[in-house]
Design a protein around this ligand. Structure first.
Ligand code: CA
Length: 241
């Protein structure tokens, strides 16, 4: 499992085999960012964010590398219908489906400007991208409110509608709808009333699904709200000047 807050003594043995990158050898303190482009492998790295230590997937082969994957869906192996506390600290496995955690993402994005890349794939193998030239989360006291920059891409913009919205989970309803969006859509997200996207919904095999609620892994401007995507990932990296 991934390491949580402030227990540096416990994690070293557990994480040893996932930390094989040469860059880490001999360093007393793990880096606070994924390695910069070019000379490192994609994989699981330990990052030290102040007192917080997390394991994250660093993606080095894409557009120059240096990306931290903060969310990934690909096989339905992890339950994303979970509580505020789990969304805060993170869950799943960084080499599979996972959510890095609202607090680590807040910590990362409060250390300088970041960009966000959303990678999507449908069940026919068609890919699409949504890129936002800035991305950050406010602190927990502001419910990890989403701050998003300009959209570019070919997926369609299904996240700007959620800009400036607080994060909601089934047990922390901060959405602007009379009901509980996270309950109906079965995952935490920056709900409005309710959503143009929810990449944390139920991973329905095959794409189209029939359900009382719109609870799939969806990006409405790409394949519509009633289509559950096969793959989704959210990646961030420091913005280039
Ligand atoms: Ca509500």
């Amino acid at each position: 499992m991934r390491e949580r807050e402030g227990s540096e003594e416990e994690d070293s043995s557990e994480e040893e085999d996932s930390c094989s990158a040469e860059e880490l050898v001999g360093l007393a303190v793990p880096p606070s960012l994924c390695p910069q482009a070019g000379h490192s492998q994609s994989g699981v790295y330990e990052l030290q964010l102040g007192r917080l230590q997390v394991s994250a997937w660093c993606e080095q082969q894409l557009e120059g590398g240096g990306w931290t994957v903060i969310q990934r869906r690909q096989d339905g192996s992890v339950n994303f219908f979970t509580t505020w506390q789990h969304y805060k600290v993170g869950f799943g496995r960084p080499d599979g489906e996972y959510w890095l955690g609202l607090e680590p993402v807040h910590q990362l994005t409060s250390r300088g400007d970041h960009e966000l890349l959303v990678l999507l794939e449908d069940w026919g193998g068609r890919g699409a991208r949504a890129h936002y030239d800035s991305f950050s989360l406010e602190p927990e006291s502001d419910h990890y409110r989403l701050r998003l920059g300009q959209y570019h891409g070919d997926a369609g913009d299904s996240l700007s509608w959620h800009n400036d919205k607080p994060f909601s989970t089934v047990d922390r309803d901060r959405d602007s709808y009379s009901g509980n969006c996270a309950l109906y859509q079965r995952g935490g997200w920056w709900y409005h009333a309710c959503a143009h996207s929810n990449l944390n919904g139920v991973w329905h095999r095959g794409g189209h699904y029939r359900n009382r609620y719109q609870d799939g892994v969806y990006w409405a401007e790409f394949r519509g709200g009633a289509y559950s995507l096969k793959k989704a990932a959210m990646l961030i990296r420091p913005a280039r000047p």
